[in-house]
Design a protein around this ligand. Structure first.
Ligand code: GCB
Length: 598
C-alpha cells in the first residue's frame, strides 16, 4: 500500500519541504520529453510551488493555458542512514509524471489527492538532485472532474469544463522529501463505539514488516489514557472526553513499531472520539440529533487561486462560525489536508466530496437538463469503464487520506450527475459499495442531486444514506417576479420527497442566488442584495415545513472564479461573502437564523 500519511518529524521520521520558487515552462506541442526536458527545462520562468499558475500572469493565453507544462527544482539531499526516501505531493492538477535526476519516478492521475513516490534508488545523498515534473491539466470524459479539451483556430488547447469553477491547475499543494524507516507505518484506521461514559476504540495499523506495534493514547495534558499492543487491537477509554461541536476535544495517539525497547518507527496523530450515524430521519452526532447549517465552498481566492493559505482558511472558519454554521461540503473535490486538520481543531463538520462533477453533457446542457430539455444520458459511452476506474481511485485516495478526521462525517460520491436512467445506477452502485468497504467508521454516504433527479425519476437516491439536493427554486427556476410560483413548485417537489423520506434524512447541499455586492434595489430585482434575502426567506419557509429536512448548506460561502461565459460575471456571485471575504446582506440573515436554529 502506498502511504498517504501526512508527513511529520520525530526521532524516526523527517521531512524537508521543497516549497519555494521553482522553474516552469509551457509545452504546447508536447515536445518536452523528446527534447530531453526531464534533464532540465530549456527556457523556463519562475513559478511558486505550491501554487495555481493561472492568476499570476497578466497574459490571457497564459492564464487559460491548457495542455502539458513542466516544473523543475533542485534540492540538496542530506544523507540519512537506513531510511527510505519519498517524494510527497499534496496534489498536482490534474496529472503528473515525475523525474528525479532524469529518471522516471512515477506518475499520478487525479488533481486533488496526495501521492508519494519512493525515490531512494534515484537520488544521490549528500548532493544536489534535480526534480522535474511534467503536468497536464486537460479535461476529458474520463478525467475526474469531467470536461472536454477544445482547440482554437490558432492551435491552442482550451479547457471546456463540464462544471462551474475555473480549471485551476499546477502543483497546487506542498511538496516534501520524506525520510521514513525501512520498516514503517503505512496507515492506520479506527472505529469507535460508545458505551455509557466509556469509548471502545478498535484500530488497525498497516506496516511493511513483522515487528510488533504499540498504540498509546494521551489526553490534552499529556497523561497516558490507554495503551494496546498489536496491529489489530482495541482499547477502552473510561470517562471519555468526546469530540463535539462546542468542545472539539482531541486526544493524541501514537503508534510505534517496536523491537524490544527500541522504536523502529513512530507516527503521532490526533484522535477525536465521536460517533456519527443516520437513524431513521435523524443524523446523530454522539447519539444526539444534529441539524447541519453551513455552506458549499470552494478552495478559491484572489491571486492564489486554489492554493492553500492558512490565513484565508482561518478567516473562512472565523466567518463560518460567526454566521452560526457548523458544517461545509468540500464541493467539488477533496481540499488540502490542512482544512480537515483545522476543522478537527475548530469543531466543524465536513461532508467530503470526491471530484466527480460534470457527469452531464456540458454546463449549458446541464442548465437545459434542469428545464427538462435535452437528452442528458451520460453513462453510455465507451469511455465509462475508464471514468469509473478513475472515479474509484479518487474515492480510494480520499477515504484513505481523510478517514481519521473526526470532522469528516460523510463522504459525497458525486455532484449532479445524470441519474434518470438505469445506467447511472449501474455506474454508481459498485462505487458506493466500494466506498462502504473502505470506511471502517461506516460514515454515511451521499451525493448531490440535480433538479431533474426528482423522486420519481432518480435511480440513484436509494444508494444514499441521506439524500442531498441541489435546488434553485427562485433562481434558475421561477426567479424574480415568479418567486411565489417557485415556492409552490418547491413545495410540490418536497411533498414527493416526503414519501421517500419516511425513514431517511434529506439535506440541501446547494441553494442560492447570484448577488452583486454592489446592487441594492427596492423593490428587489434579481442580482440585488434584497433579492438574495427574499430568496433565502422563501427557501427557509419551505424547508421549515418538513420534518425530514436535516440540513441546509447554502451555495456558496463566497463568490468564486469560473470559466468566462454569459451566465457568469467574472465568476459565480452566489457567495454569502464576497471573494475577499466581506459579508453581503444575506450573511446577517443567515447569522440570525443559524444562531437559534437547531
Ligand atoms: C450547481 C453546481 C455548482 C454551481 C451551481 C450554480 O448546481 O453544483 O457547481 O456553481 O449550481 O451556481 O449554478
Amino acid at each position: 500500500m502506498e502511504s498517504l500519511l501526512y508527513p511529520c518529524i520525530n526521532a524516526c521520521r523527517k521531512f524537508v519541504s521543497l516549497d519555494g520558487l521553482w522553474k516552469m515552462q509551457f509545452d504546447p506541442s508536447s515536445c518536452g520529453k523528446e527534447e530531453g526536458w526531464v534533464n532540465g527545462l530549456p527556457d523556463p520562468f519562475s513559478m511558486p510551488v505550491p501554487g495555481t499558475f493561472a492568476d499570476l500572469f497578466t497574459e490571457k493565453e497564459n492564464r487559460d493555458y491548457c495542455g502539458d507544462f513542466w516544473y523543475e527544482t533542485k534540492f540538496f539531499l542530506e544523507k540519512q542512514e537506513g531510511k527510505e526516501i519519498y517524494l510527497r505531493f499534496g496534489s498536482v492538477t490534474h496529472r503528473a509524471e515525475v523525474y528525479v535526476n532524469g529518471q522516471y519516478a512515477g506518475s499520478h492521475e487525479g488533481g486533488f489527492t496526495p501521492f508519494s513516490l519512493n525515490i531512494t534508488n534515484l537520488v544521490t545523498q549528500d548532493a544536489r538532485n534535480r526534480l522535474v515534473v511534467k503536468v497536464n491539466n486537460e479535461l476529458s470524459e474520463t478525467s475526474i472532474p469531467c470536461g472536454a479539451t477544445g482547440m482554437l483556430s490558432d492551435g491552442r488547447k482550451i479547457a471546456k469544463p463540464y462544471f462551474d469553477f475555473f480549471n485551476y491547475s499546477g502543483i497546487q499543494r506542498s511538496v516534501q522529501v520524506t525520510y521514513v524507516p525501512k520498516e514503517s507505518i503505512q496507515d492506520y484506521d479506527t472505529s469507535i463505539s460508545l458505551n455509557g461514559n466509556d469509548a471502545e476504540i478498535a484500530y488497525t495499523v498497516w506496516t511493511n514488516g513483522d515487528h510488533e506495534v504499540v498504540a498509546e493514547v494521551f489526553d490534552r495534558k499529556g497523561n497516558k489514557t490507554a495503551e494496546s499492543r498489536g496491529k489489530e487491537s482495541s482499547f477502552v477509554i473510561e470517562n471519555v472526553h468526546l469530540w463535539d461541536l462546542d468542545d472539539p476535544y482531541l486526544y493524541s495517539i501514537v503508534f510505534r513499531i517496536v523491537d524490544g525497547d527500541q522504536d523502529i518507527d513512530k507516527y503521532p496523530a490526533k484522535l477525536g472520539i465521536r460517533t456519527i450515524q443516520v437513524q431513521g430521519k435523524k443524523i446523530l452526532l454522539n447519539g444526539k440529533e444534529i441539524y447541519l447549517k453551513g455552506y458549499g465552498k470552494h478552495e478559491d481566492f484572489e491571486v492564489i487561486g486554489r492554493t492553500f493559505n492558512y490565513s484565508v482558511a482561518k478567516r473562512d472558519y472565523a466567518l463560518m462560525k460567526w454566521s452560526g454554521a457548523n458544517c461545509f461540503r468540500t464541493s467539488h473535490y477533496p481540499y488540502a489536508e490542512e482544512w480537515y486538520q483545522m476543522a478537527d481543531e475548530e469543531g466543524f463538520l465536513i461532508i467530503d466530496e470526491v471530484p466527480a462533477v460534470g457527469m452531464m453533457r456540458s454546463l449549458m446542457n446541464f442548465a437545459a437538463a434542469g428545464a427538462g430539455g435535452k437528452d442528458t444520458r451520460f453513462f453510455i459511452a465507451d469511455t465509462i469503464p475508464q471514468l469509473q476506474e478513475n472515479h474509484k481511485q479518487a474515492i480510494r485516495e480520499m477515504i484513505q487520506r481523510d478517514k481519521n478526521h473526526p470532522s469528516v462525517i460523510a463522504f459525497s460520491i458525486f455532484n449532479e450527475p445524470e441519474t434518470t436512467y438505469q445506467e447511472a445506477y449501474d455506474y454508481f452502485k459498485p462505487l458506493f459499495d466500494y466506498a462502504r468497504s473502505l470506511d471502517r467508521q461506516h460514515r454515511p454516504l451521499t451525493g448531490a442531486l440535480l433538479v431533474n433527479s426528482t423522486p420519481d425519476r432518480c435511480h440513484c437516491h436509494p444508494l444514499c444514506d441521506f439524500i442531498s439536493l441541489n435546488r434553485y427554486y427562485g433562481w434558475y427556476i421561477a426567479g424574480g417576479p415568479d418567486l411565489p410560483d417557485a415556492e409552490k413548485a418547491f413545495r410540490k417537489e418536497m411533498d414527493a420527497w416526503q414519501k421517500i423520506c419516511e425513514d431517511k434524512p434529506l439535506i440541501f447541499t446547494e441553494f442560492g442566488a447570484d448577488t452583486s455586492a454592489f446592487e441594492h434595489k427596492l423593490p428587489s430585482v434579481m442580482w440585488s442584495q434584497e433579492y438574495q434575502n427574499e430568496y433565502y426567506d422563501m427557501n427557509f419557509r419551505v424547508m421549515d415545513s418538513y420534518d425530514f429536512i436535516k440540513g441546509e448548506l447554502v451555495w456558496n460561502f463566497a463568490d468564486f472564479q469560473t470559466t468566462e461565459g454569459i451566465m457568469r460575471v467574472n465568476g459565480n456571485k452566489k457567495g454569502i461573502f464576497t471573494r475577499n471575504r466581506q459579508p453581503k446582506d444575506a450573511a446577517f440573515l443567515l447569522k440570525k437564523r443559524w444562531e437559534t436554529k437547531s
